[in-house]
Design a protein around this ligand. Sequence first.
Ligand SMILES: [Zn+2]
Length: 330
Amino acid sequence: MERFAQNRYTNFWKTIKEREIIVTDLQHTLERSVGAVGIGLHTGEKVSLKINPSPANTGICFVRRDLSPEQVIPALADYVVDTNFATSIGTKRGSISTIEHLMAALLGAGVDNALVEINGPEVPAMDGSAAPFFSLLQKAGLKSQAEPRRYIEILEPVAVSRGDKSLVVEPCKDFRVSFKIEFEHPLIAKQSFSGKITPQAFERHISRARTFGFLNELEFLKKNGLARGGSLENAIVLDETSIFNDGGLRFSDEFVRHKVLDLIGDIYLLGAPILGKVKAVKSGHTLHHLLVQKLLNCPYAWQFVEQGGTWKVPYWLGSQEDLISATVPA
Ligand SMILES: [Zn+2]
């Protein structure tokens, strides 16, 4: 009875506010598998990637198909092995680096469950943004699953800081991010972003923002075996005063938007989407990971909730109580 009523409302909602309801009630996976080939930003190695549907309640998992035995690595904070320049997850037998842009696309698109197969140590850089991954997910299509989505609802603020970098997550009825950066570079200087992260907002305002690096740092990174695959094809490259890329920037504040993209990807290592506002000042992968760890270690600061009880309904659909009783029970 509950299931019937819920489907009836879901179908009704689809006609008026389709995308909003699709991403807020049930878990979703992909309709079909999709793949891409590219080179890793740091390793410079050619890798192929396949994103597959997976069952409800399995979350996002990566698998290294090139290792024997194959290594399954869940995309969870406990598996983070490195946060310098990129976020890497792994086990003793193998790791996968630079997962954050793909993780951002998965969270941004509303994918709860997926198995990501990869035949190398790094997710391909594509164009340095999350847009190629987001359009792959759109091409695959999303399929709803018969389990309610579980959110991490923030109950108390949790904060971390290091020097002038800080990061705090606070209670909020939806997922919001604000980010402030400040660089001495004249083309970056002070930039800030603040907004609610919905699939539409992610696609339009965040997904296309590319990673960036400075020419003098690039030399240092390459000497240390990083950024081997870095090029104008997959990063914004700056010298002291200008941008090397033909065509310039995709947004005048592309830099802060990319920082938001990284944050979204790193936050998804909590293992579930959050209902909370994350406020970042000059933070990066390491601080993002510290916040995720601290939050998971503060059981009083969050709880799992299923979305059934917090649907927003138009006034002419009846009382909130009616609708709550018509959704999948927690
Ligand atoms: Zn990035």
